[in-house]
Write a protein that binds this ligand. Structure first.
Ligand code: XMP
Ligand code: MG
Length: 179
């Protein structure tokens, strides 16, 4: 497809703002975990991958990395039902865990995952989210480290997708016009 025919999402958060905020978040996390021997960083697949990698590259606290994947059946008759599709490989028992997510929307996904990690005996669990659509929240989820609050718009890029596309955009954008 010729480049001019591609629908380029409108820039909502430019790459430079993302990089500056990542530097700030990493400094804050390093300070908060200064005495932590090993921070277990858990990315929620797939949307958090770009954010997780860029964040971890900036951290000085010793880290290990793992992933899990959840699927939500929130649009059907049982709102908030979340299933773990891919589980962690590492044990979190007795560990400090930093959960890394792309976006908090209704909160059901994160609520389920946070509860699971605590139930499995993590010493502490904190949440780092790139984006927060607070106006959409249905269950309370405290965000310990937040990149940016956003309005209720569908965003893509920097890991976020529309039908699996646009994840590799270097910025967070909004889709407009024909897809
Ligand atoms: P809940 O509602 O459980 O869901 O907080 C969070 C998940 O919903 C997806 N989500 C989005 N994905 N652009 C996306 O690409 C968006 O604007 C958006 N809003 C919600 C995302 O998978 C997130 O993990
Ligand atoms: Mg996601």
């Amino acid at each position: 497809m010729p480049t001019e025919k591609r629908n380029r999402p409108r820039v909502l958060i430019p790459e430079s703002d993302l990089e500056r905020r990542l530097d700030e978040l990493a400094r804050q996390i390093d300070a908060d975990y200064a005495d932590c021997p090993e921070l277990v960083c858990v990315g929620v697949l797939k949307g958090s991958v770009f954010f997780l990698v860029e964040l971890l590259r900036r951290l000085e606290v010793p880290v290990v990395m793992d992933f899990l994947q959840a699927s939500s059946y929130g649009s059907g008759t049982t709102p908030g039902e979340v299933r773990i599709r891919k589980d962690l490989e590492l044990s979190v028992r007795g560990k400090d865990v930093l959960l890394v997510e792309d976006i908090v929307d209704t909160g059901y996904t994160l609520r389920t995952i946070l509860d699971l990690l605590r139930w499995r005996g993590a010493r502490s669990v904190k949440l780092c989210a790139l984006l927060d659509k607070a106006s959409r929240r249905e269950v309370e989820v405290p965000i310990d480290y937040l990149g940016f609050p956003i309005d209720d718009v569908f965003v893509v890029g920097y890991g976020l997708d529309y039908d699996e596309k646009y994840r590799n955009l270097p910025y967070v954008g909004v889709l407009e016009g024909d897809l």
